[in-house]
Design a protein around this ligand. Structure first.
Ligand code: S3P
Length: 199
């Protein structure tokens, strides 16, 4: 059974699912992957689920259906994911930067009793990481804009991110360090191997 966790909410049960939130460039996917490895939990990126369901890449969804079309697809994918979490598989989930900002999404996550971790960083640092990812890895972010619009969006969203169960500072830290700090702060437990299962 999916338990109503966690160390953060003060509930005695052990956390079974953690959702990472934060602005573009916060490191949600890379920290999520590292957490999955450290804990032996499955990692999932919600944007990838959206792309599979839609059979389109995120920038394409924005281009063809606008931001509102993307948000509808995002909400539907989140609903589906939360249903699966109830089945009890331990999972780390990275959300896109706008997902938790939508009130109905935040309510759904809270109702599921899932711990949320806000990966926090200064706006200049976030901008630098996003620019670097665009140049080096060709990562296209439809809402990247310019530094002024990026900052405005960041400032509008930050109060919502602060509603997460836990805030994790990331500036100047490695992905491995951040993951280790989250494991410790939330008291996350490594998945026990089932009989006959290889490491
Ligand atoms: C978005 C962030 C993106 C992606 C989409 C919208 C946002 O994810 O979900 O482009 O609204 O901030 P990342 O936060 O992983 O870049």
């Amino acid at each position: 059974m999916f338990s109503r966790n966690s160390a953060v909410s003060g509930h005695p049960d052990v956390a079974r699912a953690v959702v990472l939130i934060g602005f573009m460039g916060a490191g949600k996917s890379s920290v999520g992957r590292a957490l999955g490895e450290q804990l032996g939990w499955t990692f999932e990126d919600l944007d990838e689920r959206i792309e599979r369901r839609e059979r389109r890449q995120v920038p394409e969804i924005f281009r063809d259906s606008g931001e509102s079309g993307f948000r509808r697809a995002e909400h539907a994918a989140l609903r589906e994911l939360l249903k699966e979490l109830r089945a009890g598989v331990e999972r780390i989930v990275a959300l896109g930067g706008g997902a938790f900002v939508q009130k109905h999404n935040a309510r759904l996550i809270e109702a599921g009793g899932v711990s949320t971790v806000f990966l926090d960083a200064g706006v200049e640092e976030l901008w630098r990481r996003c620019r670097q990812q665009a140049e080096r890895q060709g990562i296209e972010r439809p809402l990247l804009g310019n530094l002024a619009s990026f900052r405005k969006l960041y400032e509008a969203r930050r109060p919502r991110y602060l509603k997460a169960s836990f805030r994790q500072a990331t500036d100047g830290k490695t992905v491995g360090d951040i993951a280790a700090e989250v494991v410790q702060a939330l008291g996350l437990v490594r998945r026990r191997r089932r009989r006959g299962e290889k490491q």
